[in-house]
Design a protein around this ligand. Structure first.
Ligand SMILES: [Zn+2]
Length: 299
């Protein structure tokens, strides 16, 4: 299985910033240590090109992000200070999802981005640590290059995929499915094709039951020939922002359900990491690591 990383492009954050940037190089370290045993080929993706970005985002927004002419409020919504490194990282993170999708489509299996899942970025604005929407960028890239016609985005980050929903609202070639905490950010949750808002405190059994019920509906309705899966680590019970109560074993079972359902139908899957805000960064990395390990086994 191919896995793409971009932790070399970590962006500078002020001390005490809430975003766990360290998770990316820690995850890479763990995967690299087992790469041969797990059958994983690691590679650094090229950055998403301007054309890739402009198939998804408004030209004025892309220009402001690339040039550093974004307003104070705009950057506050994103939650990162602007820097050249932030732009490069956002491009590489999207490049990782593009490459993972290309690899999955070429091999008919699973490939991974050890970053990505920036689902709060919309047409003309970012938000919630998301600058560019890597899922829609990769989907439109694959369509533009004739590699896939219809895509399904399975978004199991604990936060609603508002940016993805908005971007794909008028585009029935990309089907969006989001399972998230009802009381979580973002406050306004525009309609995905299929939305499941879960009550605070939802645990493994209810969550997995819901997924087993609705995942086949999403897959069937989408008519997709490839899947982009956001395997967020933030439905975890130890997450500071999640409000759900899944265990690590429950999250692994979630991943297994998704991979089994897709692989059973021969659907290629690009899996991305999305959010994770547990108090201990090791917990976040454990959850992402088990996703990657299982993906490699089921690829
Ligand atoms: Zn999240």
């Amino acid at each position: 299985m191919d896995a793409f990383y971009c932790h070399h492009f970590a962006l500078p954050l002020p001390e005490g910033h809430g975003f766990p940037m360290a998770k990316y190089h820690l995850l890479h370290e763990r995967v690299a240590a087992h790469a041969d045993a797990w059958g994983i080929r690691l590679a650094e993706p090229p950055p998403a090109t301007d054309d890739d970005l402009l198939r998804v985002h408004c030209p004025a927004y892309v220009a402001r992000m690339l040039s550093g002419n974004a307003g104070h409020d705009e950057m506050r919504r994103i939650g990162f200070p602007w820097s050249e490194r932030m732009v490069e990282r956002s491009r590489r993170s999207s490049g990782g999802t593009i490459m993972a999708l290309r690899s999955a489509l070429a091999g008919g299996g699973i490939a991974a981005n050890l970053a990505g899942g920036t689902h709060h970025a919309s047409f003309g604005r970012g938000g919630g640590y998301c600058v560019f929407n890597d899922s829609v960028i990769a989907a439109r890239h694959a369509q533009h290059h004739g590699l896939a016609r219809r895509l399904l985005v399975i978004d199991l980050d604990v936060h609603h995929g508002n940016g993805t929903a908005e971007l794909c609202a008028g585009d029935d070639s990309i089907y969006t499915f989001s399972m998230h905490g009802a009381r979580n950010y973002p406050a306004r949750k525009p309609d995905s094709n299929l939305d499941l808002a879960l009550p605070t405190g939802t645990g493994d059994a209810e969550y997995l039951d819901c997924l087993a019920r609705y995942l086949p509906i999403a897959i069937g309705d989408s008519g997709a020939d490839a899947v982009i899966y956001l395997a967020g680590a933030d439905p975890f019970l130890g997450d500071r922002l999640g409000h759900l109560a899944l265990t690590k074993a429950g999250l692994l079972e979630r991943d297994r359900q998704v991979f089994r359902a897709c692989r059973g139908l021969g659907l290629p899957v690009a899996v991305t990491m999305a959010g994770g805000y547990a108090a201990r960064v090791e917990d976040i990395v454990d959850i992402h690591e088990q996703t990657i390990r299982l993906a490699a086994r089921m690829a």
